[in-house]
Design a protein around this ligand. Structure first.
Ligand SMILES: Nc1ncnc2c1ncn2[C@@H]1O[C@H](COP(=O)(O)OP(=O)(O)OP(=O)(O)O)[C@@H](O)[C@H]1O
Ligand SMILES: [Mg+2]
Ligand SMILES: [Mg+2]
Length: 301
């Protein structure tokens, strides 16, 4: 097969591993800088250009789109889809997963476990927002935050009110969420490919923090998933319409709760913690599932 990896940097661990795995399995593979792809729209065949050449003959693309270029990245993916090329991450699924609120709305409709969450526009309903998540302690989360930035724990109702009011003043969009205390500063990253969790790790926050992000000094270790955790992770990926997803779960006293579903999960942390060859599993999935014009919008909402 001829495979394109949409990535801004060929030196990134995940990009390197995917290139390596594709070559090992006998494929032709090219790293394409997403921002350097440009598009031709006309009533002739849709086309994608790169450094003066028309990109042709690609059987599949693997999008690795950073949060800061979601908008342009989705247009590039969609253009590949228009040419009939299979995209591992559908353009619609990418955009859907990048919106924390939209993701939780879709998961809640399908009764997937999640922390109780509230969201509002009006200034005067701060107390209502707090009440909807059963009061403090609670978490306030910027919708645009990544790597644990903009995630704040408010221990008391007073603290919660003042954080919410401060975010309001700044005109920031945020969620209010029930704090899952019994998770003990840990979460579980499940790497889902198709209908399977192929690798999972538990991440635990540094002392004095509740955020387990590896970027914040969290440490990863192997963990064994329960059947209900596996089922929840696969179901969440399916609802989001993602073939490959990093599903983050909190272990709560009422079972696994989905916190978020990532469409470009990093491979370094999970391959290192588990010793699993996730990159090869991704290439294998493409071998078994890609076909011309197979990409279509799955999932709803
Ligand atoms: N409701 C919650 N209860 C307990 N812990 C939470 C809760 N929400 C978040 N956390 C902790 O804070 C960390 C960061 O939160 P979250 O993943 O929602 O934001 P983020 O990492 O900044 O976003 P992204 O992963 O999209 O970059 C989580 O990994 C988890 O350890
Ligand atoms: Mg996170
Ligand atoms: Mg995320």
């Amino acid at each position: 097969m001829k495979i394109g990896i949409l990535s801004r940097n060929r030196k990134l661990y995940s990009t390197r591993r995917l290139v390596e795995a594709a070559k090992q399995r006998g494929h032709e593979v090219h790293v394409l800088d997403t921002l350097k792809c440009y598009m031709e729209l006309s009533s002739d065949e849709p086309a994608i250009w790169y450094k003066g050449d028309k990109l042709e003959g690609y059987d599949a693309v693997i999008p690795r789109i950073g949060a800061s270029i979601t908008q342009y990245g989705q247009a590039v993916i969609r253009q590949f889809e228009m040419t009939g090329c299979y995209s591992l991450v559908e353009s619609v699924a990418l955009v859907r997963s990048r919106d924390k609120l939209r993701s939780l709305q879709l998961l809640s409709r399908k009764k997937v476990g999640m922390p109780r969450t509230s969201f509002a526009h009006e200034v005067h309903n701060t107390k209502e927002l707090i009440k909807l998540v059963n009061g403090a302690p609670l978490v306030v989360k910027l919708l645009s935050g990544t790597q644990g930035k903009g995630v704040v724990l408010a221990e008391t109702a007073k603290a919660a009110e003042s954080v919410i009011e401060a975010f309001r003043e700044l005109k920031a969009d945020f969620l209010v969420q029930e704090f899952i205390k019994e998770a003990g500063g840990s979460d579980v990253r499940c790497l889902v490919i198709g209908n399977r969790v192929v690798a999972a790790m538990q991440r635990t926050a540094q002392d004095g923090d509740f955020r387990s992000n590896l970027h914040r000094g969290g440490v990863a270790q192997l963990t064994k998933l329960t059947p209900s955790e596996r089922a929840t992770a696969v179901k969440a990926a399916k609802i989001m319409g993602l073939n490959v997803a990093g599903v983050d779960l909190l272990r709560s006293s009422r079972g696994p709760l989905v916190m978020e579903v990532n469409s470009s999960p990093g491979l370094e942390g999970i391959e290192t913690a588990t010793g699993k060859d996730v990159a090869s599993a991704i290439i294998e999935f493409i071998e078994n599932n890609s076909a011309p014009s197979k990409t279509r919008t799955r999932g709803k909402g």
